[in-house]
Design a protein around this ligand. Structure first.
Ligand SMILES: N[C@@H](CCC(=O)N[C@@H](CS)C(=O)NCC(=O)O)C(=O)O
Length: 254
């Protein structure tokens, strides 16, 4: 899989019959769908999009030009991470990721809902720091405290149970990114181990989940991307090694 992000003027790669997810490597919403595809062992292709210079064809798959979008049949697509993930879980029922009990499913959705203010605080801190207000920092910590409380009450390794499920994979991409905030100087967002011991243990457990591990990026990498974004020139292709391979030193001609 290439980490290169396609942009305006680039051609749409040929369709090869697999499900195809249009994504951006640093997008937490796209990551949600990647994790669900991985966790369900579904075969798929990833196409990364430069969101500042979008290729014209992305609008055929996602009317607002947002990612993720899923091409489920040639030229036919759905968009939005929650819509895509619900579709995948129902269409491929072999390994269900949502709770089987209706009440538990509702409670899982409430966890995601209650976590949303923490996500917004993260977005502001990372991408609009000039608009950051103290109540956002409070909301962030309220979100983390709520999550930790839920882990304590449930008493399971993951929120879903002994395996990670829909609820874990839905909030994970944000937890992964929260860890980069102290690295970009937002120390008020640090997760102190004396306060967040259980949550930090959960984060470590999530990193070992195969679906997560194969797509996980370290806090330092997220910090680098966020800084490039703050400078007005997001470095979408910072993980693309295809350019490096062509710069190997050539053998001198005899
Ligand atoms: N609610 C959507 C949000 C998707 C979203 O905002 N994606 C961002 C990237 S992280 C995007 O595509 N931005 C490009 C744009 O808004 O033009 C989802 O859950 O999929």
């Amino acid at each position: 899989m290439s980490e290169k992000h396609l942009q305006a003027g680039d051609v749409l790669p040929a369709y090869n019959g697999k499900l195809r997810l249009f994504a951006m490597r640093f997008c937490p919403y796209a990551e949600r769908s990647v994790l669900v595809l991985n966790a369900k062992n579904i075969d798929y292709d990833l196409v990364f999009i430069n969101l500042d210079h979008k290729p014209e064809w992305i609008f055929n798959f996602s009317p607002r030009g947002t990612v993720p979008a899923l091409e489920y049949e040639q030229g036919k697509s759905i968009f939005d991470s929650n819509i895509i993930n619900a579709y995948l879980d129902e269409k491929y029922p072999e390994k269900p990721l949502q709770a089987s009990e209706p009440l538990r499913r509702a409670q899982d959705k409430m966890i995601v809902e209650n976590f949303a203010p923490a996500q917004s605080a993260y977005y502001t801190a990372a991408f609009n720091p000039q608009n950051l207000q103290s109540d956002m920092v409070e909301n962030f910590h309220k979100g983390l405290e709520g999550l930790q409380k839920e882990l304590e009450v449930r008493g399971t390794k993951f929120l879903h149970g002994s395996d990670a499920g829909w609820v874990d994979l839905t909030i994970w991409p944000f937890l992964e990114r929260f860890l980069c905030l102290p690295l970009i100087g937002k120390t008020e967002f640090a997760m102190d181990s004396s306060k967040y011991g259980l949550l930090l243990a959960y984060i470590e457990a999530m990193k070992t989940v195969p679906a997560v591990k194969s797509y996980y990026l370290a806090a330092e990498t997220h910090a680098k991307f966020t800084e490039s974004h703050a400078k007005g020139d997001p470095n979408y292709n910072m993980l693309d090694t295809s350019a490096v391979c062509c710069m190997r030193p050539r053998k001198k001609k005899e």
